[in-house]
Write a protein that binds this ligand. Sequence first.
Ligand SMILES: [Zn+2]
Length: 216
Amino acid sequence: MQKIRDFILGFKSFQDQYFCREGSPFSELREGQSPSTLVVACCDSRTDPSLIMQCEPGDIFVVRNIANIVPPYEPDAGYHGVSAALEYAVLSLKVADIIILGHSSCGGIKSLLEDSARGGEFVGKWTSILDPARSQVMESFECTDERAAKALEMAGILTSMGNLLTFPWLAERVADGSLTIHGWYFDMACGQLFSYLPQTRSFEPLAPRCPARDKE
Ligand SMILES: [Zn+2]
C-alpha cells in the first residue's frame, strides 16, 4: 500500500507542477492528440519510453507488451490488441515514425531462450512469434548466455520491424515515404541507446555511453 500512497501523492504533484501550471501542454492536449511517433516497447518496469526519451505528453503513442513484439498481420476472428493500436496510429493519427524499442535483460526474451515460459497460458504462445529468430540465434550460440540473449533481443526487434510490413496499409505508407520504421535497443548495462542501420546490418550507438558507467 505504501507505493500506492506514493502514486497518489505523485499525481497531486503532477497536478500542481505540471497539469495546472501556466503553459502546460495539457491546455492544448485537452482538445485532442496528434503524436508524431508510435513506440512499441516492452512491459518491463525499467524501460518506460517517455522517461528514457524525455518526452512531453502528446509526443508519443505507446504500445507495450512482453518483449516489445509486433505480431504479423492476421485479420481473423482473434483479438489483436497490438494490431488495433497499429491501425489507429497509422490510419487515424497518421504517425510519421514507428520505433520498436527493445532492451537488454529482457525477461520475455530470456524465457523464450530458455524455453521456461512454454508451460504458461499466454507468455510462451506470445513470444513464440520470435521462434524463427530464436532458431537463427541458437545456430550461432552454443549456450543461452548473455550474448545469446542480447542477440535474440536484437533479432526480435528485426522480426517486429519485418512484421510491421506485413500490414498492407502500413507498408503502403512506408513505400510512399510518409512513414519510417526505426529499430532501437536500450542497453541498460551501459546506459546507451542503439539504432539498427540497414546499410551495415548492425546496431550503432545513437548516444555515447553513460559517463558514470565508464568510470567503473
Ligand atoms: Zn522486456
